[in-house]
Design a protein around this ligand. Structure first.
Ligand code: SF4
Ligand code: SF4
Length: 433
């Protein structure tokens, strides 16, 4: 069994825990350490807490609330893993700690009900999410949104969720048929559509497909695909996450695709890293999951190697690229998006002061822990403002929504676009002459 199924008492987890040398090199990249400056809200402090459980100083069936609080405040951004000179696999450790908490504590009925609704009844069903998106589109375009925002007595939690609502685009692609290559056909790829991004920020998906087509790729949309299962997995629902993973593996495998393209850093990380780990003991799916994961490529990773049509239209902007943590620290992709963007005529790409700092999105973290996510977002916006940028470029759904909220929170209006949208804009301008 993998660590995230067995928790902190697993001998493999204990071995990993004791590789930490307490050097502290990870502290400065940790967003919660930045906010609270407390050891227990740093990676080293959290590892010390996990060791206390592993050594039996803290009993798994009597976990103190302080343990749960410090572990749950971790965003899972994994910046600490990149910074660690001892190559401690913090991602495995935090999953094991979260699993230990879930196996030994009871959640409220309300929390369980909300999770059931969001993770099981909405996210795996694109069409249901689109119905929700249509209702919210009406809300945004009927004057109700302005009314809501003027009502200052609304609960803070509701206001926080409302702020995260992006302008809903509803420019949906027709996924019934493959999208043909434009010009010379150079290959056949599949596109991982995802769930929330398709419903709420459909423009990013549409642009991704068009850029692939423009570079000679026929793009397929296997009908059996569903949500990647990242949120369900991080909530400890391994059974349901495995069900979603099986559906995706079956939908994409053995169809002659050169690659499965994901354009969301968080989904891609799950497809690449977690699927193989979910099925370590499954005689059939362990090999299938490994083959599937090897096919998955992030959009920028694939495009940089397969850019047959360089972007040719001028996009006059002073831009910053905000790394998706799961793209940078899990998939180890940080150069490719920048290299692609530097090819766009007119685009001046600035670097953020702390490019490895999370934006505070982290799945549903910004909804569950707004008191920590908001100051982290403010730090990010400080860096963006310091770069005097007028275009903010992203590569993950959660970051996209969080940073749109950031521009509103900090009253710093600017365009927030997925990297594929910026490339598409360049092509469109190029073809207009
Ligand atoms: S994953 Fe991110 S938030 Fe969690 S300890 Fe590491 S750096 Fe800090
Ligand atoms: S950098 Fe690595 S070894 Fe050093 S304290 Fe952090 S986790 Fe431990």
């Amino acid at each position: 069994m993998h660590q995230f199924q067995t928790g902190l008492l697993d001998p493999a987890v204990q071995g990993e825990l004791f590789r930490c040398l307490h050097c502290g090199m990870c502290l400065q990249v940790c967003p919660t350490y930045h906010i609270y400056s407390t050891e227990m809200d740093s990676p080293r402090g959290r590892i010390a807490l996990m060791r206390a459980v592993a050594k039996g100083r803290l009993k798994v069936d009597e976990l103190p609330s302080s343990f749960t609080r410090h572990i749950e405040l971790c965003l899972g951004c994994r910046a600490c893993e990149t910074a660690c000179p001892s190559a401690v696999k913090y991602g495995h450790l935090i999953k094991a700690a979260q699993m230990t908490i879930r196996q030994n504590t009871k959640e409220s009925l309300a929390a369980a009900g909300l999770k059931w609704l969001g993770f099981k009844q909405l996210m795996p069903f694109r069409e249901r999410l689109k119905v929700l998106a249509s209702v919210l589109w009406l809300y945004e375009n009927s004057g109700l949104q302005s009314l809501f925002r003027s009502l200052h007595f609304m609960p803070q939690a509701l206001r926080q969720m409302e702020l995260l609502l992006p302008p809903i685009s509803r420019e949906y692609f027709n996924y019934a048929f493959p999208a043909p290559a434009i010009g010379t056909k150079r290959g056949k790829v599949a596109f991982f559509i995802g769930c929330v991004q398709e419903a709420f920020i459909a423009k990013a998906n549409r642009a991704t497909i068009r850029v692939l087509q423009r570079n000679g790729y026929e793009v397929h949309f296997p009908a059996g695909q569903t949500c990647c299962g990242a949120a369900q997995l991080h909530q400890g629902d391994l059974e349901f996450a495995s069900e979603l993973a099986r559906k995706n593996i079956d939908a994409f495998l053995d169809q002659g695709f050169e690659a499965v393209i994901s354009n969301a850093g968080g989904c891609g990380a799950t497809l690449k890293e977690d699927y193989a780990e979910l099925f370590t003991e499954d005689p059939i799916y362990s090999a299938r999951a490994a083959r599937f994961s090897a096919l998955v490529q992030d959009f920028s990773e694939f495009m940089l190697d397969h850019l047959h049509e360089p972007p040719n239209g001028v996009v006059q902007a002073r831009a910053v690229y905000s790394d998706s943590c799961h793209l940078r620290h899990v998939q180890k992709i940080s150069k490719q998006p920048r290299q692609l963007l530097r090819l766009i005529p007119g685009l001046k790409l600035m670097e953020l002061k702390r490019p490895d700092l999370c934006c505070g999105s982290a799945g549903v973290y910004n909804i569950v822990h707004p008191q920590t996510a908001n100051p982290i977002l403010d730090l990010k916006m400080e860096d963006i403002k310091a770069a005097k940028a007028d275009l903010l470029i992203v590569s993950n759904t959660g970051c996209h929504m969080q940073l749109i909220a950031g521009t509103k929170r900090s009253n710093y209006p600017m365009r927030v676009l997925h990297i594929a949208e910026v490339l598409e804009e360049s092509y469109t301008r190029g073809s207009q002459g």
